[in-house]
Each structure stands twice: as structure tokens, then as C-alpha cells.
Design a binder for this molecule. Structure first.
Ligand SMILES: [Fe+2]
Length: 347
């Protein structure tokens, strides 16, 4: 039976996999990443597939899972291991269980060690190993839920006992390869040459790796289904139009009286320097002061902040409050100053 298989990677090497049944056109996405959601939707369309499940191989500490977002957008359940704490998981699986995707059978293996909830997924001639087994490496065991003794057992008593011809697709790749085989890893992976359990544990405990970027945010969002800060700003950006720095400078020069320029930085920053003619309502006071200071909901309001991110949130808030003509500046006051546009410096 033909399996549709697409590997989709981020530029930081996070791998996700779209697996489809060519007969029924059913599909699953494994380890979806939040910056790739449009890619997955496009691929599903292009391949003529309907998504049935989303699977995370473990609670990721270093990438932002798109499972919850895609789950609510497409109304499909998220599958994770029984030990996964995330509240949005609809369907918990355990070692030896199977997920059917059309006529494809995905076998679940519990392979803890990198995290307690790590699974590997056997799909015909290939195995998705999450962060348990990587190309030339293994998942680290020093992050929350990690356990080198469990990783040893998952590798040596489970994965490495499978057919060496299996193709291995991990959740992270740190080279320009796309996959490996179990046989190749058995002979060439340096960490798998340490066969003694105690020596393996000692090796894993002495790796002394840097903490991944965004660890706190990734764990927070992946465990709770909460939003990332970038996701929150991107959602706001979908709801507001933007004006470029050059167009604003031009409007100010031409004394465009229709445009109210609103600075949402803190009062101290505003006092030091601001865009000429701007008024100041700090972002934290916007809802408190909107009724007294922005009386005309039909007014065209251009909002800016220091870096162009908080202003996007503020513009989306004003839109929600009925200011239909709220616009965010594309860039912030820092960029405005860098480009030598005019500034008022009252002090
Ligand atoms: Fe991981």
C-alpha cells in the first residue's frame, strides 16, 4: 500500500511529518510546528488529504507545537502518550497501541528518557523516533522529565532491537541529511557505542549542554495550549492594516489633519522624544482612558510604540473597541529615529 510521506522542517531543524493513506486520503501530522501551519494546510490540499489526527511525539521544550491550533482549526484530535500533561490532548496512547489512519497502521512505542512522555511511531518501513534517537545522537536527558536510565532502556531494549533496515526520521536534525537507518545508527552513532547502562548514564549526565532558546515559553505553551507572544502579535497583525514610516512622514509633512497619531509607550519615553503632534496613552492605560481621550470612534488613529509590536496589539484592541480606522505603524519609534524622520523633544 502506498504511503504518502512528506517531511517538513523549520530552519532550526525541527522536523514534522505528514503521513497519508493514498487509498482513503486520510492523514496525520506528527510534531507540527507553529510557524509551519499554513504549509501543512497547503500540503493537505495539494495532496488531496483530510487530516484525522495530530500527534506530538513528546512535550517539546524547544519548539512550539501547532497541535492545539490545528486541532481547533480543523476539529481533529491531538494524540500524545498517556503521561502527557497537556490539557488539549484528546486521545492518550500507550506502548503497543495502534493508531489507524485510513488503511495505514501506526504502531506506538513508549520510548521515555528524553521526556517521560516520549513515543516513537512505527509506520511500515520507517520509524519516527521523536527526540529519542537522532542522526548521530540521542535526545538530551537534562530537561524536565528527562531520565538517562530510561533513555538507555528505550534505545537498547526497544528501538535498537527492531529491524536495522528501518528508516529513522527524528524530530530534530542538526545536519543537512533528512533521515538515517537503524543499522547505520547502530554502528556509527557515537552515543550508541556506549553499551554499558551505567557508562551510558554517566555520559548523558556529563554532556553539560546549553539550555535551548525559548525553553520557558515552549514548555508553557506546549503544556497549557496557551499562545506564544509571537503568535499573539501575529493574530493581532491579521486584524489591522499598517502604514509605513515613509507614508506617515509624508502625511505629517502635508499636515494630514485627519490622522491622530497615538504613542502607546510609557510617559517617560514619550516625554523624552516622540513623533511630532502625537498624543500619549501608554498601552497599559489604553482601556482606562479610551472613553475620555478618544471620543470619536470614526477617527483615523495611527498607533506606534518603540519596536512596532505592542502597537500592533494596541491597534487590534482599539479595533475591538470599535475604532474601525485604527492603523498600526509598520515599525516603531526606534526605526523612525534611525531613518532620521522628524522628532519632537519637548525636554
Ligand atoms: Fe524534544
Amino acid at each position: 500500500m502506498a504511503m504518502i510521506f512528506q517531511q517538513v522542517a523549520t530552519d532550526r531543524g525541527c522536523q514534522s511529518y505528514l503521513i497519508g493513506c493514498s487509498e482513503t486520503r486520510s492523514a496525520v501530522i506528527v510534531d507540527p510546528e507553529s510557524s509551519l501551519t499554513d504549509r501543512y494546510l497547503a500540503l493537505l490540499n495539494q495532496e488531496g488529504l483530510r487530516l484525522h489526527y495530530l500527534i506530538d511525539t513528546h512535550t517539546h521544550a524547544d519548539h512550539f507545537s501547532a497541535s492545539q491550533t490545528l486541532s481547533s482549526q480543523l476539529d481533529v484530535p491531538v494524540i500524545m502518550h498517556r503521561a502527557s500533561p497537556a490539557p488539549f490532548v484528546a486521545f492518550h496512547v500507550d506502548d503497543g497501541e495502534m493508531v489507524r489512519v485510513g488503511n495505514l497502521k501506526l504502531e506506538i512505542m513508549h520510548t521515555p528518557g528524553h521526556t517521560g512522555d516520549s513515543i516513537s511511531i512505527l509506520a511500515e518501513d520507517r520509524i519516527l523516533t521523536g527526540d529519542t534517537l537522532l542522526i548521530g545522537g540521542t535526545g538530551r536527558t537534562d530537561l524536565p522529565g528527562g531520565n538517562p536510565g530510561e533513555l538507555y532502556l528505550s534505545l537498547f531494549n526497544k528501538l535498537l532491537k527492531l529491524d536495522p533496515a528501518l528508516t529513522v526520521y527524528p524530530a530534530h536534525i542538526y545536519s543537512n541529511r533528512s533521515c538515517t537507518t537503524l543499522g547505520e545508527e547502530l554502528t556509527k552513532n557515537p552515543r550508541l557505542q556506549v553499551h554499558e547502562e551505567s557508562a551510558f548514564i554517566e555520559m548523558m549526565n556529563s554532556l553539560n549542554l546549553n539550555m535551548p532558546d525559548h525553553l520557558t515559553e515552549a514548555l508553557r505553551t506546549n503544556l497549557t495550549g496557551g499562545k506564544t507572544v509571537a503568535g499573539l502579535i501575529a493574530e493581532a497583525a491579521d486584524k489591522v492594516p499598517f502604514m509605513s514610516l515613509a507614508v506617515l512622514a509624508n502625511r505629517l509633512q502635508n499636515k494630514d489633519c485627519d490622522l491622530l497619531v497615538l504613542d502607546v509607550r510609557e510617559a517617560d519615553a514619550f516625554r523624552q522624544a516622540h513623533i511630532p503632534g502625537a498624543i500619549n496613552i501608554p498601552r497599559g492605560q489604553l482601556e482606562l482612558r479610551v472613553n475620555t481621550e478618544l471620543r470619536d470612534p470614526t477617527q483615523r488613529i495611527l498607533i506606534y510604540c518603540q519596536l512596532g509590536k505592542i502597537s500592533t496589539l494596541a491597534a487590534a484592541t482599539l479595533k475591538q473597541l470599535g475604532f474601525d480606522r485604527a492603523i498600526a505603524l509598520d515599525g516603531g519609534f526606534s526605526a523612525w529615529q534611525e531613518q532620521n524622520y522628524p522628532v519632537s523633544q519637548p525636554g
